[in-house]
Write a protein that binds this ligand. Sequence first.
Ligand SMILES: O=c1[nH]c(=O)n([C@H]2C[C@H](O)[C@@H](COP(=O)(O)O)O2)cc1CO
Length: 137
Amino acid sequence: MKIYFCGSIRAGRQDAELYGRLIDLLKQYGSVLTEHVGFKELEKSEKTLTDKFIHDRDIDWLKECNVVVAEVTQPSLGVGYEIGRAVAMDKKILCLFRPSPDKRLSAMISGADDGSNFVVKNYQEEEAQQIFKDFFS
Ligand SMILES: O=c1[nH]c(=O)n([C@H]2C[C@H](O)[C@@H](COP(=O)(O)O)O2)cc1CO
């Protein structure tokens, strides 16, 4: 099982440590192609790469993966783009959103939930393990 994990990078790194913990949980189910999204020092390593390289590498990984898991609480153009491309590739997608009074998820994500291939879950971190268990079973 190859998993493509999406999380905000240039749109803000406030959830980076959470991404790292989610990626650790996901490793029980397969290999995470985009492990760097959860790295604390990420910006240093990705800074040596051109935007074209990053885009083309990530689209190749997206083509290669079996499922996409996206943490969508921090809105990110890159994550939205990856999700749209993944839909066009018929990938199975799980989006995770942590509700709070100051955040509203885009209708283009919440409204895409079809209960099977595109699943959107409101969650708190402690529920992630069970959500992954259900999604991957
Ligand atoms: O350096 C990068 N490396 C990288 O893999 N990405 C991909 C993976 C993330 O899921 C997504 C983040 O997009 P953004 O940077 O617009 O928040 O794009 C994005 C960047 C920077 O845009």
